[in-house]
Ligand binder design. Structure first.
Ligand code: NAD
Length: 251
C-alpha cells in the first residue's frame, strides 16, 4: 500500500471509534495503516475496506518493540505519514479500595504511555510531512466517575500529554490535539452495559442530545483535528459529548 494519498496511522483502528476514523479518512481520499493488538479484528476490518486503501499492522501499544516495529513498517512501506490517531483503549471499572497496582498501571500503560510511545515513534515521520496527532481522551477526564479511578487518571493525563507535545513539536510543524468523547456506542460500552458496569438510560437522559454518539460522530471531530481545516488549532482538547458536561439543567 504505497501511493501519494495521505496516510493515517490509527491505533485501536480495528474497532469502534478507531475504525470509524479509518473509514472516514479513506472516504475522504486517504489510506490507513490500522494498528491493533487483535489480529482477527484487524483482518476483518481490512477485509471490509476497499482493496488497497488500508493494511493492518499487529501492534500492542504497551510494548515498545511492537510500536517501533510498526513505525519501521510505516517508514519502509508508505511514502508519507500525515496523521496519527491514538484510539487504542480499554475500560475496566473496579472499586478504588480494591484495585491492584497492576490493574491501575495497565490502564496508564495503554492510554498514556502507549499514546506517548506511538507519538514519539511517529514524530520524525510526521515532522517530514507537517502532519498531525489526535489523541483520544474522554469526558472521564472532566468528571469524577465512581470505580473508574484508573480510567479517569489515564484520560486526564492525555490532556497534559497533548498540550505538552503541542508546545514542544508545534515549532516543527507538527500539531497535537485530542478529542474527549462522551458516551459512544461501541464494543467497549456494549460490554460495560452487558456486564452491569454502565446504566445506559441515565446516560441518555443526562445527555442534552438524548442519546449515545455513533462512532462516526467522533470520527468527524478527529478528521477535523487531523486535517488542514484545523491548521491553526494546536494543543486543544475538543469535547464531543452531546452537551453532557455543560448541562446545568439538573436542578
Ligand atoms: N466508547 C466510548 O463511549 C468512549 C468514550 C470516551 C473515550 N473512549 C475512548 O476511545 C478509544 C476507543 O474506544 P472504543 O469505544 O472505540 O473501544 P473499542 O473496544 O471498540 O476499540 C478499542 C480498540 O483498541 C484495541 N486495543 C486495546 N488494547 C490495545 C493495545 N494494547 N494495543 C493496541 N490496540 C489495543 C482493541 O483491540 C480495540 O480494537 C479508547 O481510548 C476509549 O477509552 C471511548
Amino acid at each position: 500500500m504505497s501511493s501519494t494519498a495521505p496516510v493515517a496511522f490509527v491505533t485501536g483502528g480495528a474497532s469502534g471509534i478507531g475504525l470509524a476514523v479509518v473509514n472516514r479518512w479513506i472516504a475522504e481520499g486517504g489510506h490507513a495503516v490500522i494498528a491493533d493488538v487483535r489480529v482477527e479484528s484487524l483482518d476483518e476490518a481490512v477485509g471490509a475496506l476497499p482493496v488497497g486503501t488500508a493494511r493492518g499492522v499487529v501492534c500492542d501499544v504497551t510494548d515498545r518493540a511492537s510500536v517501533d516495529a510498526a513505525r519501521a513498517s510505516v517508514a519502509g512501506t508508505e511514502a508519507r505519514l500525515d496523521a496519527v490517531v491514538n484510539s487504542a483503549g480499554i475500560a475496566r471499572p473496579e472499586p478504588s479500595s480494591a484495585i491492584t497496582d497492576a490493574a491501575f498501571q495497565l490502564m496508564l500503560e495503554i492510554h498514556v504511555t502507549g499514546s506517548m510511545r506511538v507519538c514519539r515513534a511517529a514524530y520524525p515521520l510526521l515532522r517530514a510531512s507537517g502532519g498531525a496527532i489526535v489523541n483520544v481522551a474522554s469526558v472521564a477526564a472532566i468528571a469524577g466517575l465512581p470505580e473508574r479511578a484508573s480510567y479517569t487518571s489515564a484520560k486526564s493525563a492525555i490532556g497534559g500529554l497533548t498540550r505538552t507535545l503541542a508546545v514542544e513539536w508545534g515549532r516543527t510543524g507538527v500539531r497535537v490535539n485530542a478529542v474527549a468523547p462522551g458516551y459512544v456506542r461501541t464494543a467497549l460500552t456494549d460490554k460495560l452495559i452487558r456486564d452491569g458496569d454502565l446504566n445506559d438510560e441515565p446516560v441518555r437522559s443526562r445527555t442534552p442530545l438524548g442519546r449515545f454518539a455513533e462512532p462516526d460522530e467522533i470520527a468527524g471531530a478527529v478528521q477535523f483535528l487531523a486535517g488542514l481545516a484545523s491548521s491553526f488549532v494546536n494543543g486543544h482538547v475538543l469535547v464531543v459529548d452531546g452537551g453532557l458536561t455543560i448541562d446545568g439543567d439538573w436542578y
